[in-house]
Write a protein that binds this ligand. Sequence first.
Ligand SMILES: [Mn+2]
Length: 412
Amino acid sequence: MMRPALALLVCSAALLADGIPKSEYKTRRANLRKSLDGVMVLFGADESEDLHNSFSQESNFLYLSGWREPGAVMMLTPQEEIVFLPPRNPQEENFTGRKTLADAPDAQEKTGFDKVLPRAAIESNFLRLIESSRRVYTLPRDPRAQKLKGLAALHEQADAGPEIARLRVIKSPAEVSLIEKSTEATTPAHLAAWKKMKPGMFEYEIAAAMTNVYFERGCERNAYAPIVGSGPNSVILHYMVNHRRIDRGEVVLMDVGAECSDYATDVTRTVPAGGKFTPRQREIYDIVLAAQKAAIAAIKPGVLMRGGPGSLQQIAYDYINTHGKDSHGEPLGKYFTHGLGHFVGLDVHDPGDLSLPLQAGMVITIEPGIYLPEENIGVRIEDTLLVTQDGAKNLSGALPREAGEIEKLVGK
Ligand SMILES: [Mn+2]
């Protein structure tokens, strides 16, 4: 009696290994192909000898195919879609395992492409497809596209990136749940760090305590190198060395997020190392928090992230610039030294045009900060949010932000 149920379970797990149904990839390609005026060529990531990082598929390629084997190439036109797979390389397979071949009987089913050809057929198919095309779309920074572009010297050259980003900025329900999964694994990571935090610990110990939590929950990567900056390091925006010993009386800024099933999240909190903010730290903290709340409250479709009055960036900046002073009595706006946020998805800094009005289905961060090098105080508070029809859903909202709540949890 057990067997049929078990078989069903195994089968659905295989189809939905990453949570995105195969049919969704096909729909994404169909939507992209409709907007093309020519042929798009995309190169997937190649097998690399870099032992520092595990194989990671190029994110546009992954978005359009879900394909996780190295060395693939795709060509898309309004009429056709083809994926090209590399030939067998026994030497490489020794190290990294068997790969799917273009003539494998299940190649179509596995890739989701009706046409699967060997890489040797790239040039002939490209020449065939450009005959009836006006434009050739490639990722301009990809050196592997140069040779094909040379074969289409008289065609108009276009950047594939923005075309794909137009789709990538709006997340499907399946994508939102994967970002939620990464975020839900990141929340307890931050809480674990607060619990463990005490003066005398090293930044890397805190980073390890955090990443352990989400790796144990099945997340395969950090969404970005963990940032744990104490005292003077809290004012360095992308501090990733994590080698300093945390001192009493300092703030510790933790910008740490998981990547689970290829989707990132991005969460920052700043806490007092000894469990209690000094009055000055608390003053700065509360200004950053209020600026973040003001920006989040203003999120809705149609609002601008940046550029112009009424934009979220302006709302956060204005709050910071009209509250508190630096040690010279000057306003604090100039210490908010970076953008208010960015898109999050397959990449932690997901592509997309941040100057366009927000739309429901976008996932963004809101991360104001104040960095005062003269006082060794850096505070950033960052959440990952889904833009909804009438506002926003804070996906990392389960992680406390109020100074009083944080103080109750640090070192306990
Ligand atoms: Mn961020």
